[in-house]
Design a protein around this ligand. Structure first.
Ligand code: ADP
Length: 483
């Protein structure tokens, strides 16, 4: 049965190129991960269509740029309003293609919309500066200009928000975009495209296509008309695509994998620590790049924390995200399940103990039981690589120096969390952690008003906030001679 929506045309099985909807000669099956059944089909496009999209974005750029920030903001605010108006349909679409519980999908739709509103407002304040002349007859003015055509590739774990966090600032400052969403979750992207058109985004300003990811990616990373490339996804793919961008010296932004430590000190408020760990670890069934991946608990509270976390995880209801009571949806696919299984098996082989879960759940979808592992050794696979699943691995530690060393012993540097009642310790550890974002006594740190991004191999650039426009503007210096 087709997914029931108030506006059935929001489930669009076509790509958006130069204002036209393109189905392509062949299609990809898109599965509902909760049932394993085909939800609908996405176009399988390639190099030719990607080049057509880039050409459309390049020819739409001058007029979109010339429109001015206020007029673009009015269109973006209409888009924001339409997303909120159709939030329930967008949430249902997202849950059907991605698996997350409907409550989380509703939350993501609101979060996704918030980037459009924020950048519509922010782009009106992309101020330049004047600089005192370096000679008596010189005057210097610095302005900011849109970089031009933006190529964007986004992942499946946040099918709407990862798009608006890039497209919002790009469009707001006057860039045009060619977007390739994940082929696993194309329908949230296409539905956003339907609403963008209705809001008055002109043809060619926002192009969205799916198909052969390497072929489309090759165009977006090598075509000289694309001046900026922005990617959210796995570290391996991001590095490879960034390297290709060097050939035409594109501006590059990357949001790659994390390996977030969550640290609970003896002096923490344990209720807050358990709530924070649950929110950070089990949101989106553990499939976010800021999910706690390793939980370090100081010896004095280790047993109490483990007991409470186990009880909280045991209470989670797993199932199809479209069912009202579901708190844990399926993993995205069979490959994800295999990775989680491998991490659990490795930890158990190294002496960890499963307090709860540890195995797949029966049924058609890609379900893994919410899992708590105790006595995980610091060198276990799940401490070294992102698990991307509902597995909380607890590591015991004794003192600050030890836990800072363990937390920083990774090439990743996206998010970290710490729980303590001692504010001096919070500052000390917060500064010592080599991460782009640190949650202090909270497991939820994402908002459109704060900069999101990583250090080390977790990425380049920042999305959201006042900093989020910087990735989409160039700085120009004008030097005037005055007689
Ligand atoms: P994940 O492991 O989260 O699926 P990926 O990096 O594989 O992360 O996927 C993120 C995005 O990158 C998706 O849109 C995917 O289609 C795209 N992608 C994956 N491989 C390539 C590639 N070789 N070239 C271009 N895009 C790619």
């Amino acid at each position: 049965a087709r997914l029931s929506l108030r506006r059935p045309d929001l489930l669009r099985e076509a790509a958006l190129i130069d204002g036209r909807w393109v189905s392509g000669a062949s299609q990809l099956d898109v599965l509902n991960p909760a049932t394993g059944r085909v939800l609908a089909h996405a176009p399988r496009l390639g190099r030719a269509e990607a080049e057509a999209a880039v050409a459309a974005a390049a020819s739409a750029f001058p007029a979109w740029r010339a429109l001015g920030a206020k007029a673009r903001a009015e269109i973006l605010k209409r888009w924001h309003g339409l997303i909120l108006l159709h939030a329930e349909d967008l949430a249902r679409l997202m849950t059907a293609e991605q698996g997350k519980p409907l409550a989380e999908a509703r939350g993501e739709v609101a979060y996704a919309a918030s980037f459009i509103e924020w950048f519509a407002e922010e782009a009106r304040r992309v101020y330049g500066v004047t600089i005192p002349g370096h000679l008596p007859d010189k005057r210097l003015v610095v302005t900011h200009e849109p970089v031009g055509v933006v190529g964007a590739i986004t992942p499946w774990n946040f099918p709407a928000a990862m798009i608006t966090r890039k497209v919002g600032p790009a469009l707001a400052v006057g860039c045009t975009v060619v977007l390739k969403p994940s082929e696993l979750t194309p329908f949230s992207a296409f539905a956003l495209g339907v609403l963008a058109q209705e809001a008055g985004v002109p043809p060619g300003v926002l192009n969205i296509l799916t198909g052969d990811a390497p072929e489309i990616g090759a165009v977006l990373t090598t075509d000289p008309r694309v001046r900026k490339f922005t990617f959210t996804g796995s570290t391996a793919v991001g590095k490879m695509l960034a390297a290709r961008c060097a050939g035409t010296v594109k501006r590059v932004s990357l949001e790659l994998g994390g390996n977030a430590p969550l640290i609970v000190f003896d002096d923490a408020d344990l209720d807050a620590a358990v709530a924070g760990a649950m929110a950070s670890k089990f949101r989106n069934t553990g499939q976010t790049c800021v999910c706690a991946n390793r939980i370090y608990v100081q010896a004095g509270v280790y047993d109490a924390f483990a007991d409470r976390l186990t009880a909280a995880a045991a209470a989670l209801v797993a199932g199809d995200g479209l069912a009202g009571e579901t708190q844990q949806g399926p993993l995205i696919d069979a490959r994800a399940l295999e990775k989680v299984e491998a991490h659990v098996a490795d930890a158990l082989a190294r002496g960890a103990v499963a307090r709860i879960g540890g195995a797949r759940l029966d049924g058609a979808g890609a379900f893994f039981a919410p899992t708590v592992l105790c006595d995980v050794p610091p060198d276990a696979l799940l401490c070294r690589e992102e698990t991307f699943g509902p597995v909380a691995g607890l590591v015991r530690f004794e003192d600050e120096a030890e836990v800072v060393r363990l937390a920083n012993d990774t090439a990743a540097g996206l998010a970290a969390y710490l729980f303590t009642r001692d504010s001096a310790r919070a500052w000390r550890i917060g500064e010592a952690l080599q991460y782009g974002m640190v949650g202090v006594n909270t497991g939820l740190i994402s908002t459109e008003v704060a900069p999101f991004g990583g250090v080390k191999e977790s990425g380049l650039g920042r999305e959201g906030s006042l900093y989020g426009v910087r990735d989409y503007i160039e700085t120009k210096s004008l030097c005037f001679h005055v007689d």
